[in-house]
Design a protein around this ligand. Sequence first.
Ligand code: HEM
Ligand SMILES: *[C@@H]1O[C@H](CO)[C@@H](O)[C@H](O)[C@H]1NC(C)=O
Ligand SMILES: *[C@@H]1O[C@H](CO)[C@@H](O)[C@H](O)[C@H]1NC(C)=O
Ligand SMILES: *[C@@H]1O[C@H](CO)[C@@H](O)[C@H](O)[C@H]1NC(C)=O
Length: 532
Amino acid sequence: MGIFIHLVDSGEVKNLYGYPIFGTTLALLSLGIFLLLFKEWSIHGPTNLPIVGVESPGYLARVKARRKFVSHGFQIVRDAYYKHYGKNFVITTNSNEKVILTYNQVKELSNAPDDTVSMSHSSAQTMMAQHTGLSGFVGIHYVREAVKAELNKNLGNMIGDLLEEAQFALRTELPGFATDEWVSVDIPAVALRAVARISGRAFIGLPLCRNEDWLALSIAFTTDVFQEVNKLTPVPKLLRPFFAYIWNSAGSVKSNKRKAQSLLAPVIQRRLEEEGLAEKNGTVRQNHRDLLQWLTARVTPDHKNVNVLSGMQLMTGLASIHTTGTGFTNMIFDLAEHQECIQPIREEMETLIAANGGVLDRATLRKMRKTDSFLRESFRTKLSLLGFNRMIMKNMTLSDGTYLPKGTLVAAPAAIFSSDPGFVEDPEVFDGFRWYKKSLGVADRAVDNNNASNTSPTNLIFSYGRHACPGRYFVVEVMKIMLAFMLLQYDIKYPEGQSRPPNIQMGEFSYPDRRQKILFRKRPGPKKFSFL
Ligand code: HEM
Ligand SMILES: *[C@@H]1O[C@H](CO)[C@@H](O)[C@H](O)[C@H]1NC(C)=O
Ligand SMILES: *[C@@H]1O[C@H](CO)[C@@H](O)[C@H](O)[C@H]1NC(C)=O
Ligand SMILES: *[C@@H]1O[C@H](CO)[C@@H](O)[C@H](O)[C@H]1NC(C)=O
């Protein structure tokens, strides 16, 4: 657990903060509960810090502030950030109070042990794990370790699998094209399904990654969870157990878990049998090149079963599919807007692949520096408001003297850092080749920190420190592969009279408008490379 806070599926968020529940609930409350609530919703801890977004004292003012955060969160935090520049302040989000950290504090806390500064406690709280059924999952640390130790090391070996799946995914998901015709493509939907397919190949392998039920499940799991969280968010904490019971908030996670088990059981059982046989024969079992294999080999015997292993697949999907799908959609929206960047990126791809004998391998992907730069610029300008969400587990005093009591929730203003002129030159300009140009000035590529998988206290797309996203190398490569398939075969543009819609900002999240279509046109001539 501990990875969800950055995930959101936007469509479902919309109905969320119509607070009708408050009316009913408040009417039911006795004065006693009311006073308790007042205590619950008051800010514990560092009350000497300025509090932002709450206009007057009292319970109802706080309800109002929570609602206002949903519509104006970015603006509230940006204003406060510059007003209290370089200092802490407390914000009232839609569900909690959070202390906003400075750059130096993120750095200081980023490598603290989990029993002192916890990611999972923060997300368990945000995702209401005990009500939504998410607390029943074990072993996300296995996923982190397997991604770090095996997925990342096998990126070179896996690329053939990923290319094959990308080819299959785009053929399946994109509509048919007649020559010279612009066709409208629902890119948010295509991106999500293509990502689910390609990641599925790396996570569970063939044939399950092409199973329609599995695909649907791996996509819906995230949206279903968020729907339950969103429903419960406006309910006061004391009443949540009651409403969670009435609404059966854990029901969708439970039923999705059962579906995952029934789909994965035959695959896992076959693999465990193979393993058992090989052990008996004293031979080496056939190795599958996917996360399921690496997890199976890694877990302790008590976790080596269908229940736990399929739960881990759901967790992995939760961390990866919507995040990557959203990131890819943002990138296509940005590219269609910045037509001047398309040809240089296409040429970079063609030149590098041609120079490698028509083969797209990992080394070639890593050399695509303009592509990489565009990706990073797209990430930079679409960040969620908050990153590095943590709970303080022990009273602590930071080196700058700031006191953070046990239980405090903290976060970094990720989207504000990434547009602070103190950290990024001309932050309001979208410059697709900004990072490429910067990297040209770096003599040693090994220490070049301008690439898209970079992390730093001010570049928090993948967070920073001990819990920084282990999937970031994989994501960058998958996105480059998908982009190569698209740009080498199609031209893209907005429908007449349309341009890049601003991302929708809701609460702490930023996401592309899912209604936006992009026009695709097949490029003339035979396919350039055999892998396409
Ligand atoms: C564009 C896509 C992605 C984005 C923006 C993203 C972002 C993040 C962020 C911000 C965190 C860290 C949270 C923190 O420090 O608070 C995280 C954690 C994590 N991510 Fe990603 N991620 C992406 C894709 C993926 C993929 C594809 C995988 C799997 C291969 C993955 C696996 C994980 C895991 C396992 C963690 C937990 C790490 C831990 O507990 O230490 N992510 N991700
Ligand atoms: C193990 O041996 C059995 C028969 O003795 C054979 O059918 C099976 O294929 C072997 N399995 C492996 C993984 O070597
Ligand atoms: C933490 O600080 C609070 C006061 O802020 C105090 O009541 C509590 O005993 C402290 N806890 C520990 C473990 O020191
Ligand atoms: C990105 O930069 C880091 C150093 O900051 C380097 O280790 C890594 O290999 C680079 N990745 C690519 C794809 O260039």
